[in-house]
Design a protein around this ligand. Sequence first.
Ligand SMILES: [Zn+2]
Length: 140
Amino acid sequence: MSPDQALPEPALLASPYDLTCENKECKRYGTVAQGARCPDCGLRNHLVLPPDEQAPWVPAAKASAGTRPAPVAPIGVGEMLSRTLFGGFWALVTLGLLIAALAGVSNGHAGALLGIPAAALTGLYSAYIFRGGRFRMIFW
Ligand SMILES: [Zn+2]
């Protein structure tokens, strides 16, 4: 099929709410398409939007790109302090439980072994807080 061969059907320019092929390499680019995929290039057809509805998110994305480079919300100082306080507290509890368990076992207290699963739990909880977990508690 040579490129200058006439189209078998007249190519209608796509108007709003028509489906069109968005492949710029394709000879059906910008013309009315039928079905989910372009019969020529096999790429997915797209719905043509009226000019006033076209990509309303583009100006917003451009505006925020300069001011806020990170896609995730930045962590505030209070949040960092809270994570350090709560996460650090449970990390210390974990360490204390491990030391107590090892000291207890080395002194012949087999029951001190229970401190190891407890330390594992507090360690997991500490990691959960550092990753930003919402449920935080502390004791003294
Ligand atoms: Zn196409």
